[in-house]
Ligand binder design. Structure first.
Ligand code: S3P
Length: 738
């Protein structure tokens, strides 16, 4: 990589300027590194310490030679320096800064230059320490730190690219943001905590005058909270003035939060106090996960996870797969809307159901856990949700977005639902359209895609809706909206789909009328808290059922699996294909039937999958395609066009992958024709789709060579411990991250 920069000038050799100079001097990406400092002795020291190649005595001479100029002076001094250097900057030179506020730097530049130069791209490295001066320069300071660039309308794309690469060459991660957004974000996440720390220490220091013991007893909490009050007072004075508006906004927000907490303490309102503390702790955990790169609320497709599965083997044992995803989502939703405390066991701690959990926390519900699948939800009642502080981000989860949209359309406040790249491509018109018929106001992006902007304060009307597709998500969305709509809301489905919402509403004591293919609710009722025991997810169990069905010598028992009649398509289909599958110990737990499923290898045969089984096995098709590829003869799938709008186009993903592995398979608009054959090895793409990734992993049991599966991070959405469990069962798979 060459950035075509012969000379770089860093103006101001403090910690940030010095560290950048040193990093660039070492990596040689930006030519000769010159340093200028108002105090020449600092520059001379920089030269002696190997921070820079050349110490500039004359600022204007150095500027006239530089292809890249970095202003690393205090924010307050930027304008003065710009005035001094502006006439001497080469026309095609790049100009950036490292100031921790941006609007005022841009305003200063605007005053100095008649027209902002196209080479000017303001920046802010989010790195630092309590140390200062060129002596503290550290070439590694920016490694794994974020640098925000705030390109302006005038900035050329070439300048943005070069400055991005320049920062990347120091090991930093570069983000682009608008100037106002930057200042707002920094006011909240950096400036506010600093001034709180300063203020607390100052207040206590005044107390100290009266009570000399106060600091002597100051323990870890005080030290942790006030560490940042040790930073440079002048710098913080300047930042407060430079980012005044955004900071005052955040300070007001904080003050009102603090007033609420004060009131709760004064009146002994335990629920409010616990609410604040629990939400804060959860948010803190959430941030820690973001910072460590494992958050559910980040686009997990950015993480590179590859599965490498070695050929052969069989599966053995007896174990329980994680909790049912559909039921886990609904347990949080209905538990939150109930009156009283709902205890959930067996909750799926996957990214999707955690996204739903976080959304309800964002709307003010106190939720404890999950700890070992146990969750406690302090329901707020049907009308107790509060406006979330920002958009509700639901990651990869279509279920969260579609079910929530029904609920949110009926709330008093506005909301926005956003998701990751995969979810952003999925159709939401299927929920937005009928909700609009009920009187909801919902704005979508083009073609009914997310994000969804939902207007609050709308009075919904009950409707009857004939669903054009067999979708439990659409049905559930409308039933949830129906809890609030005037009169009755009824939904007729063209084929049976999972009925967990109906069952669970009944479990919470809310009446649901079921007549044939139509489910209906009336508003005006209430949900009463209950206990929910989430069975193991039959969709996750499927990977192991198929594994045992295709791998000679296998004998596996999957415990406590949900066998709701609307979910057992996979069992029916595998049995039609000749699988040896037994349901043991059948029982009912909390309104849902469960059983242990024992499955032993026996050769499978190809079939035409009955279309009435398709909605009952809708999530199981990727794995069933693998079963079909291992069966003798032809398997035909029809009536399954819904597969094209799942987390990926599952027909295409499976056709491409199986063809790569040497199987004769042909996609059709609503399914596929699969000839059983011999699976070879190869590299297949999961397209960020958890079920595609896990299916190809299972395929390795019958493959003749290694199968490498790309983009597997989203397996964590439904089955976080999949690889460990697969290894334990006998699948020779390794996970590679990075
Ligand atoms: C789900 C319904 C199904 C399914 C999804 C979960 C639910 O989606 O594919 O994984 O929990 O209601 P559709 O309703 O789009 O078929």
């Amino acid at each position: 990589m060459s950035l075509h920069i012969n000379k770089t000038l860093i103006i101001g050799l403090g910690l940030i300027g010095g560290s950048l100079a040193k990093a660039l001097r070492l990596n040689r990406q930006c030519g000769l590194v010159m340093g200028y400092d108002r105090d020449y002795e600092e520059a001379a020291k920089g030269l002696r310490n190997g921070v820079i190649d050349q110490a500039a005595e004359s600022l204007v001479d150095a500027v006239a030679e530089a292809d890249l100029i970095v202003l690393a002076v205090p924010v307050k001094a930027m304008e003065r320096v710009l005035i001094d250097i502006a006439p001497f900057i080469k026309p095609d030179a790049l100009l950036t800064d490292v100031g921790s506020t941006k609007a005022n730097v841009v305003a200063a530049a605007q005053r100095v230059f008649q027209r902002l130069p196209s080479g000017f791209v303001p920046g802010h490295p989010i790195a630092g320490s309590e140390k200062s001066g060129v002596d503290a320069a550290d070439a590694a300071l920016f490694q794994q730190h974020k640098v925000i660039l705030t390109p302006l309308a005038e900035s050329s794309s070439g300048a943005v690219t070069v400055l991005t690469r320049m920062w990347q060459s120091t090991g930093a991660e570069v983000l682009l943001m608008e100037v106002e957004k930057h200042d707002e974000v920094l006011a909240a996440t950096s400036h506010l905590p600093h001034i709180l720390a300063f203020s607390l220490v100052d207040t206590l220091a005044q107390e100290q005058g009266k009570n000399t013991d106060i600091f002597r007893y100051a323990a870890g909490g005080f030290r942790d909270f006030t560490r940042i009050a040790g930073s440079d007072p002048t710098m913080w004075h300047d930042i407060c003035l430079a980012n005044k508006e955004a900071l005052l906004g955040q300070l007001d927000l904080f003050s009102s939060g603090l007033t609420n907490l004060r009131q709760a303490i004064e009146s002994g309102d335990s629920e409010s106090m616990l609410g604040i503390f629990t939400r804060a702790r959860a948010a803190r955990e959430h941030f820690s996960r973001i910072l460590s790169g494992t958050a559910y609320s980040q686009d997990m497709s950015n993480q590179q996870v590859t599965f490498r599965a070695q050929p052969g083997g069989s599966v053995q044992g007896k174990f329980r797969v994680p909790g049912d995803k559909s039921i886990s989502h609904r347990s949080i939703m209905l538990g939150s809307l109930a009156d009283g405390v709902t205890e959930v066991t067996g909750f799926l701690e996957g990214e999707d159901s955690l996204a739903t959990l976080q959304a309800f926390r964002d709307m003010g519900v106190v939720i404890e856990g999950p700890v070992d699948g146990n969750v406690t939800i302090y329901g707020v009642g049907l009308h107790g949700l509060q406006a979330p502080p920002g958009p509700l981000y639901v990651g990869n989860s279509g279920t969260s977005m579609r079910l929530l949209s029904g609920l949110l359309a009926a709330q008093a406040f506005d909301t926005e639902l956003t998701g990751d790249a995969s979810l952003t491509k999925r159709p939401m018109g299927r929920v937005a359209d009928p909700l609009r018929l009920m009187g909801a106001e919902i704005e979508t992006a083009e073609n009914g895609r997310p994000p969804l902007k939902i207007k609050g304060g709308k009075a919904l009307q009950g409707i009857h809706y004939d669903m054009p597709m067999a979708s439990a998500q659409v049905k559930s969305c409308l039933l949830l909206a129906g809890l609030y709509a005037d009169g009755q809301t009824s939904v007729t489905e063209p084929a049976p789909t999972r009925d967990h919402t109906e069952r669970m509403l009944s479990g919470f004591g809310y009446p649901v009328q079921q007549e044939g293919a139509t489910a209906a609710v009336r508003s005006g009722g209430k949900l009463s808290a209950t206990r929910i025991d989430v069975p193991a997810d039959i969709s996750s169990a499927t990977f192991f059922m198929v594994a045992a069905a295709i791998a000679p010598g296998s004998d596996l028992t999957l415990e406590h699996v949900g066998i709701n009649p609307t979910r057992i398509g996979v069992i029916n289909i595998l049995r039609l294909m000749g699988a040896d599958l037994q349901l043991l110990n059948e029982r009912e737990v909390g309104g849902e039937p469960v059983a242990d499923i024992r499955i032993r290898y026996t050769p499978l045969k190809g079939i035409h999958i009955p279309e009435d089984q398709v909605p009952l096995a809708i999530d199981e098709f990727p794995a069933l395609f693998i079963a079909a590829a291992c069966a003798e003869g032809t398997t035909v799938v029809t009536g399954a066009e819904e597969l094209r709008v799942k987390e990926s186009d599952r027909i295409q993903s499976m056709v491409d992958g199986l063809q790569t592995l040497g199987i004769d398979i042909q996609g059709t608009p609503d399914g596929a024709i699969i000839q059983g054959g011999t699976l070879g090895g190869g590299v297949v793409e999961s397209h960020d789709d958890h079920r595609i990734a896990m299916s190809f992993c299972v395929a390795a049991l019958r493959a003749t060579d290694t199968i490498t599966i790309n983009e597997c991070a989203n397996v964590a959405t439904s089955f976080p411990a999949f690889v460990e469990l697969a290894q334990q069962a006998g699948i020779k798979v390794e996970k590679e991250e990075g």
